[in-house]
Write a protein that binds this ligand. Structure first.
Ligand code: IPD
Ligand code: CA
Length: 295
């Protein structure tokens, strides 16, 4: 499988990429400490977004505010795009795309599978195929897992107190033997469609996992914990850092028709599995029919 073309945007020099990666690790780690250390005993839902189950807690906003403050102080000319309210335009060509808590429902229920995801991207993250991540970090603050990467620099993983090692995707090739992650959106009609896609995928793979954080799912493809992952309906902040971690770990991440990852599809796997899994998901989508209108 040929990876999707890289958009025609200027990539920062290696020494800048090193700084961006270090900054991503530092701020994601600090935000991770915040959401665990200052989690209220009675954590309440502050507001909801696309549906009544698409929740925002006070800690989502506090985590994003912290990331915004730290990144603006360190790199005032960069733009900022986060899942919660409060973005900023910039002039440097770099945009920080952050998910202050990826896996908010897990966080709400205190299930220890959520993450802070921080990526530096170039290009316009609102244009499909017009941007690419160049440095990033995903932290699970409960397990201590830290995944990070910079373009051309490889992907690294630290697990709890264990030393940092290189992350490598699995060498699986047969979709029928693959352990595949996926996820679902928050809107009922979309979930029903995703369930019918899943009904076709599930009998044709080893098994499926739905862990509840797209950023961690992607990183688990990067380190071979999952053989592959697909999801329809992700936003740039869910995928940006994990996308880079997978590609720097030797994997392939594509979107619809093998193009750039987008809300239409994010499909990640090792090079030996990717095209087989993509064909299987395509068949499942054809069988399920058109997805519901997002509006
Ligand atoms: C969600 C998680 C989940 C995925 C959803 C995302 P959030 O992000 O990544 O695993 O299935 O599509 O929206 O809302 O917890 O930040
Ligand atoms: Ca998210």
């Amino acid at each position: 499988m040929v990876p999707p073309p890289i958009p025609d945007v200027a990539v920062p020099a290696e020494e800048v990429l090193v700084q961006l990666e270090e900054l991503a690790v530092a701020v994601a780690t600090e935000a991770g400490r915040l959401i665990v250390g200052e989690r209220p005993v009675e954590l309440a839902v502050a507001t909801t977004k696309s549906s009544s189950t698409d929740v925002v807690t006070e800690m989502d906003q506090r985590s994003q505010d912290l990331l915004h403050r730290r990144l603006s102080a360190a790199r005032p000319d960069d733009a900022f795009l986060g899942e919660e309210e409060g973005g900023r335009l910039g002039s440097s060509g770099v945009t920080w795309v952050v998910d202050p808590i990826d896996g908010t429902v897990n966080y709400l229920y205190d299930i220890p599978a959520y993450a802070v995801s921080v990526a530096a991207v170039v290009g316009d993250p609102s244009v499909v195929g017009g941007w690419t991540p160049v440095a990033g970090c995903v932290v699970n603050p409960v397990s201590g897992e830290v995944f990070h990467a910079r373009r051309g620099g490889g992907a690294r993983r630290r697990r709890g107190r264990l030393a940092r090692t290189s992350a490598r995707v699995s060498s699986a090739g047969d979709p029928g033997m693959a352990l595949v992650g996926t996820g679902f959106g928050y809107v009922a009609a979309k979930r029903a469609w995703q369930a019918s896609v899943l009904a076709s995928v599930l009998p044709r793979v080893r098994d499926v996992r739905r862990m509840g954080s797209a950023a961690l799912d992607l990183c688990h493809v990067a380190d071979g914990t999952l053989d592959g992952y697909y999801e329809h309906g992700l936003n740039a902040w869910d995928m940006a850092a994990g996308w880079l971690v997978v590609t720097e770990a030797g994997g392939v991440v594509t979107g619809p028709g093998g193009g750039a990852p987008s809300s239409g599809l994010v499909l990640a796997a090792g090079a030996g599995l990717h095209s087989g899994l993509a064909a299987l998901v395509d068949d499942a989508v054809s069988a399920a029919g058109d997805p519901p209108d997002p509006s």
